[in-house]
Design a protein around this ligand. Structure first.
Ligand SMILES: CC(=O)SCCNC(=O)CCNC(=O)[C@H](O)C(C)(C)COP(=O)(O)OP(=O)(O)OC[C@H]1O[C@@H](n2cnc3c(N)ncnc32)[C@H](O)[C@@H]1OP(=O)(O)O
Ligand SMILES: O=C([O-])CC(=O)C(=O)O
Length: 383
């Protein structure tokens, strides 16, 4: 029996949801290239694709979109739970707590019989969770700053409503389209740590709100989704392109990782990083402000890392360029990982549903490396 740290390269499931070619830098959802989806699809349509395996027809999309719109509002008592959290609570921790608490408001043991026995519950809770994610993140942004949250609207798309709830203004169509593309890019990524968490928790037939809460916890770590906030902090610390080389050299000498670099599956640049870089470049072109400076610094960090880490297959991942876009859109860095979670709720729900269709509890084994038979000594006889 061989132990493989981090289960690198070990298949944990068979799945039809997404595919990565890590050598070529390819990512597809249900067979559709991520570049095409980011350009032409919407978050609502991509979510349906991930959940059901096909691009929907106009009526199916209209119905699903309507369900999402109808499920945006959160119950008064959920808002009360949020009100009682310290305002210093990181938005990812708020999300983990509040999504877990949804299980108290939407309980069910019926679905535990298996997917085929309660499709209606599974569909309802899927919509409820995905629709609530954006609302909760936008609400908390006001609440943690001491203001009342803004109520969601039903006449807006998912991305538009998120921007409206954050800014309290009519959402700009171009910003909403950009956010839509960002949500699509973050919606799914095979068996990453948080999706694996989803599958493990789901495999015990835990309530889906607990399942997604556990996935949020997993995504929050800086080696996973939490890296996007770390990247912008790092770029600000570096300050300008000419500081990139000494900064990276020192980090590597200190055996520290460069945030937003490296990936278990990709041994070349993450295709999502290339798309996000292009979007950032287009947005900042011709500007001479601080953020363009951060972008120039990021490009230089990438260049230095390619030279110093390229031989290890370490290149920018999805978290490297996204923060620059978020900052330009006016988002606080505390929102970066929660926005990732909002998008990824689509992928998590798709994997939860796939897991239930052919469920077997996850229960790997171990190679024991502890002591042999030990003899219990009463406390007064221990040295
Ligand atoms: C949405 C996401 O989750 S994307 C990932 C976000 N996370 C980050 O950006 C954090 C920084 N990156 C990392 O810590 C890692 O690359 C991970 C966690 C993403 C992947 O980890 P693993 O697949 O276990 O990579 P592993 O540690 O085997 O890396 C291989 C080699 O590249 C090095 N390496 C990998 N990533 C980095 C990095 N960001 N900076 C410096 N060196 C790195 C490792 O030190 C290792 O070197 P060695 O062979 O000399 O020991
Ligand atoms: O696949 C991974 O390990 C991490 C990642 O990029 C993601 O979840 O989007």
């Amino acid at each position: 029996m061989q132990y493989i740290p981090g289960l690198a390269g070990v298949p944990a499931t068979e799945s039809q949801i997404s595919f990565i070619d890590g050598q070529e830098g390819v990512l597809t959802y249900r067979g559709y290239d991520i570049q095409e989806l980011a350009e032409y699809s919407s978050f609502e349509e991509t979510t349906l694709l991930l959940l059901f395996g096909e691009l929907p027809d106009a009526e199916a999309l209209r119905q699903f979109d309507q369900q999402l719109r109808e499920n945006r509002r959160v119950k008064y008592n959920i808002r009360e739970i949020m009100k009682n959290l310290p305002t210093t609570t990181h938005p990812m921790h708020m999300l983990q707590v509040v999504v877990a608490s949804l299980a108290s408001f939407y309980p069910s043991t019926e679905y535990m019989k298996g997917a085929s026995d309660n499709q209606e519950y599974i569909n309802d809770v899927t919509v409820k969770i995905i629709a609530h994610m954006g609302t909760l993140v936008a609400m908390w942004e006001h609440m943690r700053n001491g203001y009342d949250p803004i109520e969601p609207r039903k006449d807006l798309t998912y991305a538009e409503n998120f921007l409206y709830m954050l800014n309290g203004e009519e959402p700009d169509k171009d910003w909403a389209r950009l956010l839509d593309a960002i949500l699509i890019l973050h919606a799914e990524h095979t068996i990453n740590a948080s999706t694996f968490t989803t599958m493990v928790t789901g495999s015990t037939l835990a309530n889906p709100c607990s399942v997604i809460s556990s996935a949020i916890a997993s995504l929050s770590g800086p080696l996973h989704g939490g890296a996007n906030q770390k990247v912008i902090e790092m770029l600000e610390e570096i300050g300008s392109p000419e500081n990139a080389r000494p900064y990276i050299e020192k980090r590597l000498a200190d055996k520290k990782v460069v945030w937003g670099m490296g990936h278990r599956e990709y041994k070349t640049k993450d295709p999502r990083a290339s798309i996000l870089q292009k979007l950032s470049n287009d947005l900042l072109r011709g500007k001479s402000d601080q953020l363009s400076h951060s972008f120039a610094t990021a490009v230089e960090v990438e260049k230095v890392c390619e030279e110093l880490l390229g031989h290890k297959g370490v290149y920018p991942n999805v978290d490297f360029y996204s923060g620059i876009l978020y900052k330009e859109m006016g988002f606080d860095p505390g929102l970066f990982t929660p926005i990732f979670a909002v998008a990824r709720s689509a992928g998590w729900m798709a994997h939860w549903r796939e897991q239930l269709q052919n469920n077997r509890i996850f229960r790997p084994t171990q190679i024991y490396t502890g002591k042999g038979n030990a003899c219990y000594l009463p406390l007064d006889q221990r040295g």
